[in-house]
Design a protein around this ligand. Structure first.
Ligand SMILES: *Cc1c(COP(=O)(O)O)cnc(C)c1O
Length: 464
């Protein structure tokens, strides 16, 4: 591509690059001026919707200016370079302490046992691996085979658990979610356990439904089961969302280290920890629950911090963002923000519940997110589906996903709203008005939409 003379004055959109396809296969042979390359990359990342109108994601889309500035300033810092930035590791240790104490860790040491991760996915992996290694150790010590580990959780699992079981070759035993048991059926979960069960994984804030598994009831059932069988099956709580909601919204609810068999908990700092992605935390109840071979001790500045993680290099900026949030917001601030989110989610839930075409999945919301479905009677004659409503809302800039539920109730189509910091009551009113308008439009249809025809073809009459 030949550039015109006097490049310096060629406007970006008058440049030859702007009429050529963007490089896709090979590194371009020639240089491109920075402002043009910038524009091309920038334009590739046009969001499909405004991040704050994205009610599909759980992940932080708003941080205040100071938090954003701190993180941007730290963009070049590698967390692992602790000799260069020793205070970052100390800061990380402090964050782990605060998270551990938020979950009532009984550990007495100055530095609680935990790890930072890129998200809950890494944190769940670490919690799962620790449970598996501990189980293996016990089996070895007892002279028993240790080649058939299994893990028990509901079908409401997030995909990371499928990855964990696949990568480490652990049998995944799943308890179906049903209308009768919209969260983990404890009796059925216990019935799936045996001597090879490495742990049970209840979820605080099920991604599919927004509900919480009853960790306390599970703990009590396990207490009996373990004492009768002599097994030591522990609980890892996947608290990706709930880990930062429950301590502020429902502090008296026991789901954390206050329960005997909860040995580890993971959460996403970039969900309700209110930090930009990617950040996750995992904490063990005590050093003894973290197998030594997973923990690498580093000693600097007189602080002995154990390092655990799948990654070596990782950005440090998120740790600064988390520590900033802890200092700036405090318990008070987190409580206010999450109470507002709960309040707005509850408002949307009530308004949607009033619409004759919809039914809410749960009567009560437990986290600032909820799902609903098309009312059974309405569904029989409707010419549209929730997928059409999703498209309609997209035209207004909202991202509100419709999806089918997990196996055993996969015929059920639902829609979900996740309320996060950045959503106001006024925005909720705009959303509800847009949903109302969309439904009025859809009701004017003479013929069924392609997605309705598709559903009819499959004979997928609504069931749940
Ligand atoms: C979001 C989520 C995950 C994965 O978390 P990331 O932080 O995106 O890696 C795991 N489990 C549950 C229940 C989740 O909601």
């Amino acid at each position: 591509m030949k550039r015109r003379d006097k490049d310096g004055v060629t406007p970006i959109f008058g440049s030859p690059e702007m009429r050529e396809p963007a490089p896709a296969e090979f590194i371009p042979k020639h240089k491109t001026p920075a402002e043009i390359a910038y524009q091309i990359v920038k334009d590739e990342t046009f969001p499909q919707t405004q991040p704050r109108l994205n009610l599909a994601t759980f992940v932080t889309t708003y941080m205040d200016d100071y938090g954003t500035k701190l993180m941007n300033d730290a963009i070049g810092i590698n967390y692992i370079d602790e000799t260069e930035y020793p205070r970052v590791a100390v800061m990380c240790g402090r964050c782990i302490n605060m998270v551990a104490n938020m979950w009532h860790s009984p550990e007495k040491d100055d530095w609680k046992t935990g790890a930072v991760g890129i998200g809950s996915s890494e944190a769940c992996m670490l919690g799962g691996v620790a449970a598996w290694l501990r189980w293996r150790e016990r089996r070895k010590a007892a002279g028993k085979p240790y080649d058939k580990p299994n893990l028990v959780m509901s079908t409401g699992y997030q995909v990371v658990w499928e990855k964990f079981c696949q990568l480490w070759q652990i049998e995944m035993r799943t308890v179906p979610l049903t209308k009768k048991h919209p969260t983990l059926d404890i009796e059925a979960a216990i019935a799936m356990c045996d001597e090879n069960t490495i742990c049970i994984v209840p979820i605080a804030g099920v991604t599919w439904t927004g509900m919480n598994d009853d960790v306390e009831a599970l703990n009590n059932a396990l207490e009996t089961y373990n004492s009768v069988t002599g097994y030591d099956i522990p609980i890892h709580v996947d608290a990706a969302s709930g880990g930062f909601i429950l301590p502020f919204i429902d502090p008296n609810k026991k789901w954390d280290f206050r329960l005997e068999w909860v040995h580890s908990i993971s959460t996403s700092g970039h969900k309700y920890g209110l930090v930009y992605p990617g950040l996750g935390w995992v904490v063990w109840k005590d050093k003894k629950f973290l197998p030594e071979e997973m923990s690498f001790s580093v000693n600097y500045l007189g602080a002995n911090i154990s390092q655990v993680g799948l990654n070596f290099s990782r950005p440090a900026a998120q740790i600064l963002g988390q520590y900033y949030n802890f200092i700036h917001l405090g318990v008070e601030g987190y409580k206010e923000i999450h109470e507002n989110s709960m309040n707005i989610a509850q408002y949307c839930h009530d308004e949607i519940g009033k619409m004759s075409c919809f039914t809410n999945y749960a009567k009560k919301i437990e986290n600032p997110l909820f799902i609903w479905y098309m009312n059974e009677e309405y569904d029989k004659t409707a010419k549209w589906t929730l997928f059409d409503l999703q498209d309609k809302l997209m035209q207004k800039g909202w991202m509100v996903p419709a999806y089918t539920m997990p196996k055993d109730i996969e015929d059920m189509v639902v829609m979900r709203i996740v309320v996060r910091q950045g959503m106001s009551r006024d925005m909720a009113d705009m959303l509800i008005a847009d949903i109302n308008d969309a439904v009025i439009e859809l009701e004017k249809l003479q013929y069924p939409t392609p997605s309705r025809i598709e559903a009819q073809k499959k004979g997928k009459v609504f069931t749940h």
